[in-house]
Design a protein around this ligand. Structure first.
Ligand SMILES: CC(C)(COP(=O)(O)OP(=O)(O)OC[C@H]1O[C@@H](n2cnc3c(N)ncnc32)[C@H](O)[C@@H]1OP(=O)(O)O)[C@@H](O)C(=O)NCCC(=O)NCCS
Length: 175
C-alpha cells in the first residue's frame, strides 16, 4: 500500500466499509501491540470476525469515520475512528473516542491528525471528550499529546487475557 501520492478524504463510514475497516484494524493491532499483547491473541485476530463486528458498529448510533485513499489502483480505507457517549459513567467526561487507527503503511502522513480533528468535531455536543490509550503504546500517547490531549485519568485495561495500565487523554476545546 502506497499512500504518499494519493488523495485522502475523511468521511462517515457506510456499511460496505466494514471489511476495509477490519483489515486496517487487524494489521494495525498486530503491529502496534506486538510485544504488548500476547502473540497468540494477536495471531487469532480475524478480518472476517472483525468485519461482522464493524457491520454492527456502523449500524448502531456511534460515529464511525473512515480515511479513504484514492490512487491509481482505486479507493481503499487506510484509517478509521469511532466514538460516542463515554462508556464508563465518568462523572465529568461525556464523550469518548473508542478507536482511532491508521494502517502501518499509511502512518506519519497526517491522516491520524485529520481523523482526530473530524472526530472531535463530530462529538462536539458531547464535549469534553476522553480517549484511552495503553500506557505501553508510546507512539499512541505521543500522538494524542502532540495534538493537545491532556492526561486526566489512569486505569487498567483487560485485553487478550492480560491486564495493562491505561491512560486517558482529554480534549476540552473541541470543534
Ligand atoms: C497513533 C496513530 C493513530 C497516529 O496516526 P498517524 O496518521 O501516523 O499520525 P499523524 O501522521 O497524524 O501524526 C501527527 C503527529 O503525532 C505524533 N506522532 C504520531 N505517531 C507517533 C509515533 N509513533 N511516535 C511519536 N510521535 C508520533 C507526531 O508528532 C506526528 O507529527 P509528525 O509526523 O509531523 O512528527 C497511528 O500511529 C496508529 O494507528 N497507531 C496504532 C494504534 C494506536 O496507537 N491508536 C491510538 C490509540 S487507540
Amino acid at each position: 500500500m502506497e499512500t504518499g501520492s494519493d488523495d485522502v478524504v475523511i468521511r462517515e463510514a457506510r456499511r460496505g466499509d466494514a471489511a476495509g475497516i477490519a483489515r486496517v484494524y487487524v494489521d494495525t493491532w498486530r503491529k502496534a501491540y506486538d510485544g504488548i499483547l500476547p502473540v497468540g491473541f494477536l495471531d487469532k485476530l480475524s478480518v472476517a470476525t472483525q468485519t461482522k463486528s464493524w457491520q454492527r458498529v456502523i449500524r448502531a448510533q456511534d460515529v464511525v469515520l473512515v480515511a479513504e485513499a484514492s490512487g491509481a489502483d482505486g479507493e481503499r480505507i487506510v484509517g478509521f475512528a469511532s466514538g460516542g457517549l463515554e462508556m464508563d459513567r465518568d462523572e465529568f467526561f461525556r464523550g469518548e473516542i473508542y478507536t482511532l487507527y491508521v494502517h502501518p503503511e499509511a502512518q506519519r502522513r497526517g491522516i491520524g491528525a485529520e481523523l482526530l480533528v473530524e472526530m472531535l468535531r463530530a462529538l462536539r455536543d458531547l464535549a469534553p471528550v476522553i480517549v484511552w490509550v495503553l500506557e505501553a503504546n508510546e507512539g499512541g500517547r505521543r500522538f494524542y499529546e502532540e495534538l493537545g490531549g491532556v492526561p486526566v485519568r489512569r486505569g487498567i485495561a483487560h485485553v487478550g487475557g492480560v491486564s495493562l495500565d491505561k491512560v486517558a487523554y482529554a480534549y476540552f476545546d473541541v470543534g
